[in-house]
Ligand binder design. Sequence first.
Ligand code: PLP
Length: 473
Amino acid sequence: MQTNEFRAYAHKFVDWMADYFENIEQYPVKSQVNPGQIFNQLPDNPPETGESMDDIMDDFRQVILPGITHWQSPNFFAYFPANSSYPSVLAEMLTATLGTQCMIWETSPAAAELEEKMMNWLIKMLGLPDHLEGVIQDAASTATLAAILTAREKYSNYKINQSGFTGNSRLKVYCSSETHSSIEKAVKIAGFGRENLVKIEVDSEFKMQADQLAEKIKKDIDEGNKPVCVVATMGTTSTTAIDPLREIGEVCKKYNVWLHVDAAYAGTALILPEYRWMLEGIENVDSFVFNPHKWMFTNFDCSAYFIKDKEALIKTLEILPEYLKTRSRGGVNDYRDWGIPLGRRFRALKLWFVIRSFGISGLQEKIRYHVSLAQKLHKIIENDTSFEIMAPVPLNTVCFRYRPQQIKNREEINRLNEILLTQINKTGKLYLTHTKLHGNYVIRIVTAQTNVQEDHIVKAWDIIKETANGLID
Ligand SMILES: *Cc1c(COP(=O)(O)O)cnc(C)c1O
């Protein structure tokens, strides 16, 4: 492809992109294809000679798009969002054009220095303590793995990195029964063994019970086990429960255990002063992760990881082969030592574009609006006798289920809600997902998509009710 062709197609594609965003509500939110349907339309062999961009784009439209679930649709209420926004997309175009690999300062000083500045901005925006230092990771899962590895190394005085696991005592990690699956994955990868992940029971609001944590840690010590790390969650994935940081932090301090906070989704709410209470006790936290790529309008991937003892992180992960030695080393941030992969995308650029384009007040306005939508919906569902609210709604995730008066059997109610969810998603008009709470099948609705408006919520609720009514008679 020549430059003039690139220019022409780029203009065409931008028009396609703008049309897509404008007409996004016309697509079924959840892709309606069957397994294999896309695969079978694709040729078995790659083309021998180059094809025209027009042909490739045609296939994108006809073959690929039907198999896309539209995460940027304002009718997307599933999981947690992976929000994008116009400034973020514009920045990604530049990132792809530069195609930089930002493994060390020298491979693009602007990337390293912009990243450092953006992390400082986020510390201020979220009200995090300024003794923390930040680095961008690809995902919260990776940041949590880095935290657990660093906790392990600090605990063992960097011996496990050197010699592997040699002792007989078991190293323990603690989290709640509502913690995200990425913690268990990190514990497996880090060599602790799944059996050594201790799940603490939650209270009636799905928060970790700090007194039970203290009991378990004490019991473990008495039995000769070694508590290494606690993971607290700010905004659990099922219900956005917020673990009590103050009490958990006191326990960690007492037993000298690393405290990591997984705020992957809910961290964004800290931009609102009225949610700063979630940070109470943050001074005892060793590391903290939140994802601008969820609720902060910065398209996937971009995860912000903050740490108190950055030297411990670097000591855990650094490697220095001859070909990566530079004269600037030590005087600058070589972020390849702050995470797991060597290669790094220039992710700070989209963060810079998003924060500057929205401004703090613009971000606050949107986030506050998203919370208000969920609070309104919460009231509506609460007042509907055929439905039931299944968890507190501290932020903008509402957990509910259909519960018609005439059905009493729990399994039957579960089955009914499972069918209801499938039917709703089949309409293509909105997309919801579920969870299980105390054995009950629960439908979640997350009002956080970048462009969601009250109107979308009203229509969504109408469809939910209508579909539910259709199930019974
Ligand atoms: C989404 C989520 C994660 C995983 O985030 P990734 O960036 O996809 O790894 C972890 N913890 C919580 C609480 C989450 O909501």
